[in-house]
Design a protein around this ligand. Structure first.
Ligand code: ADE
Length: 247
């Protein structure tokens, strides 16, 4: 997969996202990451990339033309069609299903804004979708782009060493496609068995794979209900059980 990042700080995205699994995906030839700086496509001595907003107000807005030229260069660098994603708090929230959808594409172009944002006409003409990484405001799209690169790269076949570990993540649905709630991950333990901070739950030492799987599922279900009840469809429960949970 090829990911192009259009940003005033393209190296920053590669730095933040370029370690561990993502770095290895690059080394294994599963992912190629390319940066494009709109300033390199800006005209004039000052290479201006922004200007004041019409209608007044604080901050600056990114100009259409440098971004458009950078996007055109990114698109032209490879013949495969590219999905162009703009990172902004106004976007649809990123989730694991979206990461999976993006990981199945041959190409992705991530557009990062700075300042107050990007001229809306550029977005309307060039952007296929807008994604947010959460309900808070970052000072630019770069950290959000790094999040997308990481979430997508680790889903590329061969990126993870243990083929099972992506399937067992929080938010990954079961491989049988039967749906069920998306659950948070269960707790994990490693050596030593007994530590001043506590002991490892005995079931994990039992060697009984069915018992271990059941325990992990119970833990995942319990944590999800306690921490993220919004992820579980409580309408499947009887009214009496629901009253019990609410109490
Ligand atoms: N740019 C600024 N804030 C952002 C957010 N929350 N998600 C995605 N891109 C952003």
């Amino acid at each position: 997969m090829r990911i192009d990042v259009v940003s005033l700080f393209p190296d920053f995205v590669a730095q933040v996202a370029g370690h561990g699994v993502v770095g290895r995906a690059g080394e294994r030839g599963l992912l190629s990451l390319h940066g494009w700086n709109p300033r390199d496509f800006a005209e004039g001595n000052y290479r201006r990339v922004d200007d004041r907003p019409f209608g007044g107000g604080p901050g600056m807005v990114m100009l259409i033309d440098p971004l458009r030229a950078a996007l055109a260069a990114a698109r032209a660098a490879d013949p495969a069609p590219a999905r162009v994603v703009y990172l902004s708090p106004q976007g649809r929230p990123l989730d694991q299903a979206k990461a999976r959808e993006l990981a199945a594409l041959p190409r992705l172009v991530l557009l990062c804004g700075r300042y107050e944002g990007v001229d809306e006409r550029l977005l309307a003409a060039e952007v296929d979708e807008e994604l947010s990484i959460g309900d808070y405001v970052l000072s630019g799209g770069e950290l959000a782009a790094a999040v997308v690169v990481d979430a997508v790269a680790r889903l590329l076949p061969g990126a993870l060493n243990d083929a099972e570990s992506a399937a067992q993540d929080s938010f990954e649905p079961p491989a049988d496609g039967k749906g069920g709630p998306l659950l948070l991950d269960c707790p994990h333990y490693t050596r030593p068995v007994v530590h001043a901070l506590g002991a490892v739950p005995p079931v994990l030492l039992s060697g009984n794979h069915a018992d271990i799987a059941r325990w992990r599922y119970q833990q995942a279900l319990g944590r999800t209900w306690q921490r993220r009840p919004d992820l579980i469809d409580l309408t499947a429960l009887s009214p009496a059980d629901r009253r019990l949970l609410d109490a």
